[in-house]
Design a protein around this ligand. Structure first.
Ligand code: ATP
Ligand code: MG
Length: 436
């Protein structure tokens, strides 16, 4: 059993045209079928399945015994000869010369891996390593990887520079309570809830256009299907730009991601049974006030100055039916760094990007005037002293700037029509889940 290389081909690379060639395939024992004179071993790898066929009259007793003893989900590699056969899954089968058992799986398995039985999400997440052996569940993460690449490609193409800002911070971004405290030597620190303050400070450096794709930590108690306590945010900030400019960037980015996934992940989309809709900028826009009017017509009553409830978001989504922006928000609803309109200070240059199902992103043009920002912080009941490190960046030449934060998991779950956000992150962190 010595000496054959670990793997020469993925399952899908083994083609009927290779009839007679020797290859080494490797993967998990998906199934074993005993049909009297024939013994089939179905091997599963990342790309699909290989049928390994053993003719009992032409196979050594040793090899037959080895296969008969194999438990499901054990890891093996098979060196064998390709034989084209129309009846086999990829039009060919593998006649084994040698089978190496690389790891024996214990029985019984804690999760049915065939994918025939849908297990509870909680059970699945407890044994995520097994859950992701199910092609449908694993393909989500190939798409996720493509989405991240598409975001980077798009922003790189528009002259953005990727940055990494600290995730251990001294102060809250918005002074809220949704922070995880950690002990930092003899002081208290927090896990960062957003790169907001840092990406804004970078606008004073001349880096001009920056983006970051990184975790955000929110100590929110809520236990919903669209909130995580550790989520991934794609953030941009651009100098010499206004809210209009970053909104156009955002809609173009969403369209580009959909386009990229359609082109590069068609196989994965097929496994998931998802057909992506056309996403065409410019997205429809409604003002916050118009949103309230639309809601009132549907008997969802909201006071001007209230944030939109989940029910309100849902009703609006039904009316709008595609991606849309909500613009011209009450200044009081949005964070202190949001720029109000010059003519009407009670309304600000903020926007939310909505998918019919939920909010995907929030952004705005920012206040870049030191005195104005200081006053705005005070008006929100926060102390400018604790924001000194941030405010100082506005004292020595700060260009006008704007930006947004886009939830990567929300983009994925809406794009792939997935109900629960926990399915699109490898190891979700929520109110109850800290392990695995
Ligand atoms: P929501 O009102 O839906 O809870 P938010 O307005 O508090 O979101 P922002 O602070 O605007 O969120 O963050 C920007 C984006 O980051 C959101 O639009 C969303 O896509 C994503 N996001 C924020 N918080 C979470 C979370 N707890 N889990 C998953 N994604 C999140
Ligand atoms: Mg928001």
């Amino acid at each position: 059993m010595e000496g054959h290389v670990p793997r020469t081909h993925y399952s899908k690379e083994i083609r009927p045209e290779m009839d007679g060639e020797e290859v080494v395939a490797a993967g998990w024992v998906h199934e074993r079928r005993d049909l009297g004179g024939l013994l089939f071993l179905i091997l599963r790898d990342r790309e699909g399945f290989v049928q390994v066929t053993l003719r009992k009259d032409r196979t050594s007793e040793k090899l037959l015994e080895c296969v008969k003893r194999l438990s499901k989900e054990s890891v093996v590699s098979v060196r064998g000869i390709v034989r084209s056969d129309k009846r086999a899954p990829n039009g060919c089968e593998l006649i084994p010369k040698e089978i190496k058992v690389l790891s024996v799986a214990e029985t019984p398995l804690p999760l049915e891996v065939s994918g025939r039985i849908r297990s509870e999400l909680d059970t699945r997440l407890d044994v995520r390593f097994l859950d992701l052996r199910i092609p449908r569940n694993r393909e989500i993460f190939r798409i996720r990887s493509e989405v991240l690449k598409a975001i980077r490609r798009f922003l790189d193409g528009r002259g953005f520079i990727e940055v990494n800002t600290p995730k251990i911070v001294a102060a809250a971004t918005e002074g809220g309570t949704a922070l995880f405290p950690i002990s930092y030597f003899e002081r208290e620190a927090f896990l960062s809830q957003s790169p907001q303050l840092y990406k804004q400070m970078l606008m004073a450096t001349g880096l001009d256009r920056v983006y970051e794709i990184a975790p955000i930590f929110r100590a929110e108690e809520h236990d919903t299907t669209r909130h995580l306590n550790e989520a991934t945010s794609a953030d941009i900030e651009a100098a010499f730009a206004d809210h209009e400019w970053v909104m156009r960037t955002l809609e173009a980015l969403i369209a580009s991601v959909y386009e990229n996934i359609r082109e590069n992940s068609s196989g994965s989309l097929e496994v998931l049974g998802v057909e992506l809709p056309e996403v065409k900028p410019p997205f429809e826009r409604i003002t916050y006030t118009e949103a309230l009017e639309l809601l009132a017509e549907r008997s969802v009553e909201l006071e001007w100055g209230e944030d939109l409830s989940t029910a309100a978001e849902k009703t609006l989504g039904e009316i709008m039916g595609a991606h849309y922006f909500i613009v011209e928000w009450p200044t009081s609803v949005k964070p202190y760094y949001t720029m109000p309109f010059e003519s009407r200070e009670e309304v600000c240059k903020a926007f939310d990007l909505m998918h019919p199902r939920m909010e995907l992103a929030s952004g705005s043009q920012r206040i870049h005037d030191y005195e104005m920002l200081r006053a705005s912080i005070e008006r929100c009941g926060l102390s400018p002293e604790s924001f000194k490190f941030y405010l100082d960046a506005f004292r020595y030449g700060m260009p006008p700037h704007a930006g947004w934060g886009l939830g990567v998991e929300r983009l994925l779950m809406t794009m792939l029509e997935i109900e629960n956000i926990r399915e699109v992150i490898l190891f979700p962190r929520d109110r109850k889940r800290l392990v695995p």
